[in-house]
Design a protein around this ligand. Structure first.
Ligand SMILES: Nc1ncnc2c1ncn2[C@@H]1O[C@H](COP(=O)(O)OP(=O)(O)O)[C@@H](O)[C@H]1O
Ligand SMILES: [Mg+2]
Length: 247
């Protein structure tokens, strides 16, 4: 009886939309909602005892059966804790919402904005090619470290990259992961394709592609997957190419 009841509660939750002030696990207060995706919702929160800002990622129970999704996510963040480009994982919490037990993963709150928002504010809504390859180099170095741990990101795009101008460069953090049922090497290749796509998108996408300089087209390969992988079999090859390319 109880199990039936519980699984009904699990299936019925399609959104949380928790209001500011809502308390999670007796320890954190919601400040605002940051976003929502397939697996759940992200919130800016404050630790009640200290007032320190954090991020909570809440998983929809139906996307998190036996807490497998959240567990995998937390363990991956922990395994990659020495990669400075990833957000720092703090703790896992549970709380009850509409009779269902919800998992919340607490991590650092990153200041800055997602790359998609950052681009919208720029003149022409895109980066200059020099800035864009610079950003790609930062990202490639970060992803290279993740691949060195034999892991992958799985969901690199403009909304999973946080960016802030800092001195002569950018401060960049990557959020989110996605678990794919594919081999590690296929997943790593997908990360390379996604990185090239981020370059392409941050330069204004299809609308501006024809006029991009040759060194950009050499990397983007018209977004043809096989051509990109042929040139950049690993993310290290891409990173080295950026460091040694001629203008
Ligand atoms: N640690 C964080 N610091 C600041 N903002 C974050 C953080 N994590 C997520 N966000 C914001 O919340 C949005 C959604 O979070 P994300 O982890 O990408 O989950 P999903 O895409 O599955 O909803 C992000 O695009 C970003 O704007
Ligand atoms: Mg996301």
């Amino acid at each position: 009886m109880f199990i039936l009841h519980k699984s009904k509660a699990m299936k019925s939750i399609d959104s949380f939309n928790l209001p500011p002030g809502f308390i999670i696990a007796g320890k954190y207060r919601i400040i605002s909602k940051l976003g929502e995706g397939w697996e759940g919702e992200a919130y800016k929160i404050a630790e009640i005892q200290t007032g320190i800002e954090r991020t909570a990622k809440l998983f929809y129970p139906k996307r998190n059966p036996r807490r497998k999704t959240s567990m995998r996510y937390a363990k991956k963040l922990h395994k990659l804790r020495h990669c400075p480009m990833l957000i720092k994982y703090h703790t896992g919490e549970r709380f009850t919402y509409k009779k269902a037990s919800i998992t919340a993963l607490i991590s650092e709150y990153v200041e800055g904005e997602v790359l998609s928002e950052f681009l919208k504010k720029l003149p022409g809504k895109r980066l200059h090619p020099f800035e864009a390859v610079h950003l790609l180099h930062i990202l490639a170095k970060g992803i290279e470290q993740i691949h060195q741990y034999n892991e992958y990101h799985g969901d690199l795009h403009l909304d999973n990259i946080m960016i802030k101008r800092f001195g002569l460069s950018f401060e960049v953090k990557i959020l989110d992961f996605y678990h794919w049922e594919a081999t590690k090497s296929e997943n790593k290749q997908n990360d390379i394709i996604d990185l090239v796509r981020v370059l392409y998108d941050s330069l204004g996408g299809a609308k501006h592609y024809a006029k991009q300089p040759d060194f950009i087209k050499y990397i983007c390969c018209g977004l043809k997957r096989s051509l990109i992988i042929e040139k950049f079999r690993t993310v290290s090859i891409l990173r080295k190419h950026l460091e040694l390319m001629e203008w």
